[in-house]
Each structure stands twice: as C-alpha cells, then as structure tokens.
Design a protein around this ligand. Structure first.
Ligand SMILES: *Cc1c(COP(=O)(O)O)cnc(C)c1O
Length: 379
C-alpha cells in the first residue's frame, strides 16, 4: 500500500458537484432561456423530455410527472386500482413502492425476494395471487431488472397488469430467452421512473415519468395529470396535479445526453470493486441477462454493522438501503405481517451495505475504499 492510500481521505457516497461541474454552462444557459420563456407549466421542454425518454426506453408513450412516487400513484389510478384490490410487490424496497399502493386504498401483498439479486422472487409470486389481485409491481432494485420473463408469463396467465417500479433503473437492459433485448419501462404494462437527485438521472428537485405502449392508458394518465381534464373545465376523471416542472424537464433533457456515459463510469467502478475486493466478500450478484446500471453497489455481510462503523471511521461514504423491510414498518401493522414472514428480505435488511459507485470516483478513492474493506475482512 502506498503512502497516499494510507493517509485518510474523504470518499463521499455521492458527489453531485463532480457530476454538475462539466455541464454547468449548458445547464445555466438552458435555465436562462427557460426563465426568459416563462412557460413554467407544460412548457415545450416537458414534451421534449417525454419524446427523448420514449426513444431511450423504446416505448411508444411517456408522461412526465412530479416524482417517482407520483408516477406509481398515477399509474395505479390509470389502471383503476383502489379499494378491495391487491398488488403483489417486494418487501425490500424504498417505502414508496408499498406506500403508494396503500395510499390508493389497495392492499400491498408482499412476496419474498431472491437473496442474490434482492428482487422479488418470481417463483413465489403465484402463491400470493387471489381473486382480488390486480397487478404485480416488481422493483428493479439497485439498477438490475427483476426476473421479467417469468413475471410476464405469470401476469399473462392470470390477466394481471405489471407496474414496473423502475425508479432506480432507467436504461437497464433485460434480455429474454429468445435474445430479444428490452429496457426497463418497456417490460410491463407501465413503467415508473424517478428523477430524484440521487438517481442515475437526477433532476434539481423532484421529478418523474411513466412509460407505456398502451395508447388508452397513456391518454388517461395524461388527463389524470391535469385533474382529469379533457378540455378546459371539463373533468372526466378525478385526477390531480401530477405535472412535471418545465424547469426540471429542461435540465433533464441536457443530463439525459450524458446518461450512458454515466452508466459506463459506474460499470467500470463496479468492475474495479469486483476485481480488487477480496474474493470472499459478497459483491452484487448480477445475472448475465439483466446487467445492472448500478444505482447502488451493495455488499452483503453478516458483519454489516461493524463494517459500516469501520467505513465511517475511515471516512468512506456508505448507506443501508434498506434497514427495515416494508412488511415490518409500523404503518403497515394493520396488514398483519410478522417478523419471519419474509426471511430473505429480513436477512438483506440486516446484511446489506451500499458503498460509493458514482461515475466520477477517482482511482485513489477506489483504491482507498478497497484497501479498507479488505483490511476489515482480514481483521
Ligand atoms: C426513489 C424511489 C421511488 C420514489 O421516487 P421519488 O421520486 O423519490 O418519489 C420509488 N421507488 C423506488 C424503488 C425508489 O428508489
């Protein structure tokens, strides 16, 4: 170990300064144009972003919305999911996944995860289906698509919608057995994306989008986004204000041009970790047909809490996504789940730790991070 690596450095979990610096001028100029224009609501940038996201995900339709959570809500409103309906989803995700189902009066029905990918275990889905089931909501966690070929087959057999929670997976590919390649957001009835600043494509505030190939659903959702209005002051549905800000859309149209480059950087950092972290450490397990875009790079270890303290002591950014599985959240007590119901989700919550993976990490930071993680496991 060289002198440089031995001395303490600060490795942030995510550094947005480094991401914005090279595109600062482009973004500033775009902002000035938009301020001159003052079409803050439904400006041309919203449509431009929707078109670009259609191209990028190879879907027919996209509707910009106010956040990833609102993307989930408006998708389910579009599919008429509500009281007395059930939606099958993963208990190991960000809260919004299940929270949005419950907010519409529907029941989140959890299904345990695959311990390798942390995504919903497709083999257990069918046993959760009842006469009330309306949809399956797989989450493409950390940037790797769920087992969509199997999920599509189940949905087709039982006539269920698929709502992809693709908040962490814009640009992630999925390859089917027949070699057909599709992107997240084009793998179900509707795809939901978040542009929260820490996602791979992040806005400067809250923003999201939905994608679909279903024309009727698209038109309904576009209408729901504007209070269900078909023409001014004529309301066909009880919708809401789910609009995407013009300013956020404008920023995102610029940042989208750099997304693939950002993904390459994350992939190369992941490659670095994969080769430089000791073999015995459990690194992300990525299926060859669903390459990750690495929204997170997540280790799994029984010594997680000690590793977390150790990394924090050595000023290496880290975070637990997610420390409490959704079925054990206080607000879901009414669902009647108990500890032990989903052992793999519970184990993951106790054992995962995400480490810095953002594109602009330096060689020195990667080296430093690997050195300390390896030291910890030797110790
Ligand atoms: C970020 C995220 C959301 C919610 O997105 P917001 O834009 O923060 O509302 C939903 N699901 C998952 C899996 C997420 O990571």
């Amino acid at each position: 170990m060289n002198q440089k690596t031995a001395s303490q450095i600060n490795v942030p979990l995510l550094d947005l300064n480094r991401q914005y610096d090279p595109i600062k001028n482009d973004i500033t100029n775009k902002l000035l144009t938009m301020f001159d224009d003052k079409r803050f609501i439904n400006g041309p940038e919203v449509t431009e972003l929707e078109e670009k996201i259609c191209q990028y995900t190879n879907t027919n339709y996209a509707v910009g919305v106010s956040s990833g959570s609102d993307a989930l809500i408006i998708s389910m409103m579009g599919l008429d999911i509500g009281q007395n309906d059930e939606v099958i989803t993963s208990p190991f995700s960000f809260f919004a996944t299940a929270g949005c189902i419950a907010r519409l009066g529907a029941k989140p029905v959890f299904c345990d995860i695959d311990p390798n990918t942390f995504n919903i275990d497709s083999k257990q889905i069918e046993s959760k289906i009842t006469s009330k089931t309306k949809a399956i909501m797989p989450v493409h966690l950390f940037g790797q698509c769920a087992d969509m070929e199997a999920i599509q087959a189940i949905a087709k057999k039982h006539n269920l919608a698929i709502i992809e929670d693709a908040a962490q997976a814009l640009g992630a590919n999925y390859q089917f057995a027949d070699k057909a390649l599709k992107k997240a957001g084009n793998l179900g009835t509707i795809g939901c994306f978040s542009f929260f600043p820490s996602k791979n494509l992040g806005a400067c505030g809250d923003a999201g989008i939905v994608t679909t190939n279903d024309k009727d659903l698209y038109e309904k959702i576009k209408c729901l986004r504007m209070h269900g209005e078909t023409q001014r002051y004529h309301h066909k549905y009880i919708g809401g204000n789910f609009r995407l800000d013009t300013i956020q859309a404008g920023i995102l149209t610029i940042k989208l041009n750099y997304l693939d480059e950002q993904h390459n950087g994350r992939q190369s950092n992941a490659n670095y970790y994969n080769t430089h972290l000791a073999e015995t450490i459990q690194k992300p397990i990525i299926n060859s047909n669903s390459p990750s875009i690495y929204n997170q790079y997540t280790l799994k270890t029984a010594k997680r809490d000690a590793l977390k303290d150790y990394l924090t002591k050595h000023t290496i950014g880290n975070n637990i996504y997610y420390p409490i599985p959704l079925h054990l959240q206080e607000c879901f007590t009414y669902l009647g789940y108990q500890e032990g119901d989903f052992p793999e989700a519970e184990k993951a919550a106790n054992q995962v730790l995400s480490i810095p993976i953002f594109t602009e990490l330096t060689k020195e930071e990667l080296e430093y991070t690997c050195y300390h993680i390896n030291q910890f496991f030797k110790g």
